[in-house]
Design a protein around this ligand. Structure first.
Ligand SMILES: Cc1cc2nc3c(=O)[nH]c(=O)nc-3n(C[C@H](O)[C@H](O)[C@H](O)COP(=O)(O)O)c2cc1C
Length: 306
């Protein structure tokens, strides 16, 4: 009998759906006990988001400042798990606040130590550097990262900015103005995520996770876009300056968050299309580096970027 723990946080329910589908093969296996732990902040982040709250979450998300969580129940803490399926979402190019809070908690230290972990993210599309941060916290906690799956919204980058922001502000997954595609990870990708569960279960049963990440990648578990990687890395450098600056502005935080909002708007709608064109023009010169990076970001090697 193998013990598997599914850990997740979700606001819209998207990651709960993904978690359920990935866990399906374990549930029906008959020889695996699956437990679930939903991360819950003591002070919930209201969903749908009010605009001010959405931007107010930026400094603490990016600086990975933890908030207090409901404790993990003792019946879970006292058990030794053979595998953890760790589901998370990205907020501001970083693991969401509930996720970083969990990874930094004393409860996580108990659960992660010497335990194989598969990370599964459900984000808009910019998860590369967040995964580096998650990797760092997992390695610090003594976990063994054995797999990673990154589920994203596959529509164009700018389209998903519009549709996901609309979804976050209304709480409803619908076709914006009747013409935009549905926001978030597609229903098809969510439904098909069970295929990853089968791959992971096979390796759990054989007691050997070698080669598993290659199989997950082959099953379309991780797609790397060199353009999004570039934006993510550059965005991290700029967000670092903004977040440290805003967090230091106790009295004028609200006003600076408004300035940040204007900056973000311009960065997405003016700067990123220019970066895209420059990226296309310089692409042939960077081909070797792009290939090297794509291999690294598809893998589960120890973090080297944060
Ligand atoms: C405050 C906030 C910031 C976000 N920032 C990013 C981001 O930087 N990159 C990204 O790919 N998705 C981003 N997203 C989308 C989330 O990763 C995720 O897809 C969405 O919140 C749905 O997850 P849920 O299961 O919690 O409902 C952000 C969402 C929120 C609420």
């Amino acid at each position: 009998m193998k013990n598997v723990l599914v850990i997740y946080f979700t606001q819209s329910g998207q990651l709960a759906e993904i978690a359920k589908n990935v866990a399906l093969p374990f549930e029906t296996d008959g020889d695996t006990q699956v437990d679930y732990h939903q991360i819950k902040p003591l002070q919930p982040f209201p969903f749908p988001w009010a605009k001010d709250n959405f931007f107010d979450a930026f400094p603490e998300s990016f600086l990975q400042i933890p908030t207090e969580l409901d404790p993990v129940p003792n019946e879970i803490l006292n058990k030794k798990y053979d595998l953890i399926l760790f589901h998370y979402q990205v907020w501001y190019l970083s693991p969401s606040i509930p996720i970083n809070s969990f990874l930094k908690s004393a409860d996580a230290a108990v659960l992660l130590k010497d335990t194989p972990v598969v990370t599964i993210s459900g984000s808009r599309n910019m998860w590369i550097m967040a995964q580096e941060k998650v990797k760092k916290l997992l390695f610090q906690g003594g976990a063994k990262l054995v797999g990673n799956i990154a589920l994203v919204d596959r529509v164009g980058n700018l389209t998903s900015v519009i549709t996901i922001v609309e979804w976050m502000f209304t709480g409803v997954k619908k076709k914006y103005l009747g013409i935009f595609p549905l926001p978030g990870v597609s229903d098809k990708d969510i439904a098909e995520s069970t295929k990853f569960g089968h791959i992971i279960l096979n390796h759990l049963k054989s007691g050997n996770f070698d080669g598993m990440q290659a199989e997950l990648v082959k099953a379309d578990g991780v797609r790397i876009s060199s353009y999004l990687t570039l934006v993510d890395k550059t965005g991290n450098k700029i967000f670092k300056k903004w977040s440290n600056f805003i967090i230091s502005k106790k009295d004028s935080r609200k006003s600076w968050l408004k300035v940040f909002y204007v900056y973000l708007f311009l960065a997405i709608w003016v700067i990123s299309p220019i970066v895209y064109i420059l990226h296309l023009l310089t692409y042939p010169l960077k081909l070797n580096k792009i290939k090297r990076e794509a291999l690294y970001f598809q893998g589960v090697e120890e973090n080297k970027y944060v």
